[in-house]
Design a protein around this ligand. Structure first.
Ligand code: ZN
Ligand code: ZN
Length: 349
């Protein structure tokens, strides 16, 4: 089978590998598509040390079961599935105390176990989730990302009628947009630097969209919400964007740290200010298993993958996809690899 093997920073090769043999409790998946995540692009650049090369990256897997290893009862060949990439060890103190997301010996498909930028991947059946046989490519490759946003919203649990400032309108920010619009928000203000993405945020239903480089963020927010917003959600990972927006939180408000900020950056904030305003600081990483709920939202059409997945590229163009992640933000929202598409075919931008 063809696979994109990550060998180290800026070093990736398309290689011929043997099709994996599903072990007991595993299913072999024919990969129909695998989303390109920002994390993959950062790993490729050598900016995050999550991956253990040589490894096949790709953790946003959508495919069809090809065969099952021994002791798999819930799936059979032909079933369409998506994959939760996180495999807790089950035996460390965190796993034993019911907090597997803090697992000390985790395996993550696409980081330290071969993932979906390949024609086939073997995964534990317990990590696979069934999709309808008519599931669209765009919905399949978006499910894992959506599940992280579903988990974040679950943690935020906003009552109806609240106001939100959402930073960023990349794929993750636009998924937040769609879920917040349906949670009866009183106002959703979304910021973004790329005009094409702002336009998309507006089309999807944000009440006010703006670029903080073009407009005065504070004045724009205070026009709609004089006392500030109830919730600030960061989907940029930009410490600068968060520092600028935090003062716009209303007293008693909540900040959700969702984007992945560079570890070395620091926030210039006063704990006294946080204390006086009685603010809450939340994070949402390594979600509980929300794949099933994400699938239902996509099936219902509450979230439409087609509006977010803009590029479908063959495996051979994966390094180009990583480059476009950083340099093609005006053209691409979310890209996915189709490992069966011929290398010559130009399906993407
Ligand atoms: Zn991802
Ligand atoms: Zn564990």
């Amino acid at each position: 089978m063809k696979a994109a093997v990550f060998l180290g920073p800026a070093n990736l090769e398309i290689r011929e590998l043997p099709v994996p043999e599903p072990q007991a409790g595993e299913v072999l998946i024919r990969v129909l598509g695998c989303g390109v995540c920002g994390t993959d692009a950062h790993i490729y650049r050598g900016e995050v040390a999550n991956a253990r090369p040589p490894v096949v990256l790709g953790h946003e897997i959508f495919g069809r079961i090809e065969s099952c290893g021994p002791r798999v009862r819930d799936f059979g060949p032909g079933d369409q599935v998506v994959v939760d990439p996180f495999i807790p060890c089950g035996s460390c103190s965190f796993c034993r105390s019911g907090e597997p997301r803090f697992c000390s010996n985790e395996t993550f498909i696409g980081y330290n176990r071969n993932g979906g930028f390949a024609q086939f991947v073997a995964v534990p059946a317990s990590n696979a989730y069934a999709l309808g046989s008519d599931a669209r490519f765009e919905d399949g490759v978006l499910t894992e990302t959506l599940s992280t946003v579903v988990a974040g919203l679950h943690k935020l649990a906003p009552p109806p009628g609240r106001t939100f400032l959402l930073l960023g309108a990349g794929a993750v920010g636009l998924l937040w947009n769609q879920l917040l619009r349906r949670s009866l928000s009183a106002a959703l203000i979304q910021t973004e630097l790329i005009p094409e993405r702002l336009q998309r945020a507006r089309e999807l239903g944000a009440d006010r969209v703006l670029s903080p480089r073009e407009e005065d963020l504070e004045a724009s927010v205070r026009t709609l919400c004089p006392e500030g917003v109830d919730y600030l959600i960061d989907a940029t990972g930009s410490t600068e964007a968060v520092s600028q927006a935090l003062p716009l939180l209303k007293k008693g408000g909540t900040f959700m740290c969702f984007g992945i900020c560079p570890a070395e950056e620091r926030l210039p904030l006063s704990l006294g200010w946080f204390y006086q305003r009685q603010l809450t600081f939340l994070t949402s990483r390594r979600p509980p298993r929300e794949m099933g709920r994400a699938i239902r939202l996509l099936e219902q059409g509450a979230v439409e993958g087609r509006k977010l997945v803009t590029g479908r590229l063959p495996l051979e163009r994966i390094e180009e996809a990583f480059r476009l992640f950083f340099e093609g933000k005006d053209r691409q929202l979310k890209m996915a690899i189709d490992p069966w598409a011929p290398a010559s075919l130009r399906l993407g931008p």
